[in-house]
Design a protein around this ligand. Sequence first.
Ligand code: IPD
Length: 316
Amino acid sequence: SISELQKLHDVARTVARLAGNYMREDQLRRRQTPLATREKLNSVDLVTAADETVEKMIKDSILKEYPDHAFIGEESYSAGEEKRFLLKDGPTWIIDPIDGTVNMVHMFPMTAISIGFCLKSIPTVGVVFAPFLGGQGTMYSAIHHPEGGAWFEELGPDGPTTPLPLTSPPPPLPLDAPKGCLFFGEYGKDRRDHPQSNLTKKAANFVNMATEIGGRGSKGGMVHGIRSLGSSTMDMVYVASGQGDIMFEAGCWEWDVCAGIAILLQTGGIVVDSNPPLNLKDSDPIPMANLGGRRYLAIRGCSEDSTGRSPRMQQE
Ligand code: IPD
């Protein structure tokens, strides 16, 4: 019921703030003690003690409140706790304690705690807290439900909340999108450099989108700008809030996007599974049970009634 989802949303917001406070204190400690990092799959796939501590804080608080719920977390997965990665229909939390670990290591503030909750494998509650943005951190959250909502908070827990998207109604997406859009694209962590690699393809696609000759049809790409923030979660909430238009990432994981998808869906945006990234006509909506699809194209809502029409749908 909506009241149960509201309670869940409150629990997630409270624990996200606690975890955020820890991260802010941790950053202060770095003035005395240098941060230790460990490598996971390669030298850009990093983990710090903060990732593990924050994941444990979140996991313990959530399971204390909801002992029967399933829990999927980035660091528990890395530690081998979840061997088979199957999202089941029961209540399941999917969290990334620190999305944008590389940013945090470099003290670039685009870092977020990402807490998602799925019901019947549909992202239903999303809480994203960026502890280093805004005075006391910046929170984006949503309950994806007809009686739910999506909100932005930047003035602390007792400050006002602003509904998302930030402008109502959001401006329509250009019919020849991605032309004229603000586009977020991540390069991911696979850095193998050969002509067929993911990295090479992504880089070529991003260049095409920015040029006159690339992109879709004879009109060319010419997005207004391409941003690569280093946090898929932040890309997604910026798209949900209307601070950007489209986000593409291939190669990230469920925990990078689950909370963001809940927020995006509630603001009327859609997620499609797309390859190559901008051939919208060929893309199908992601079956949500397949959150592990790992290729995500998120497009912000563009209609007043939040039906989530995509440029593809407008053309049909
Ligand atoms: C990473 C970030 C990055 C994306 C990677 C993710 P992490 O998450 O979201 O933007 O390109 O694919 O793995 O490791 O910092 O939690």
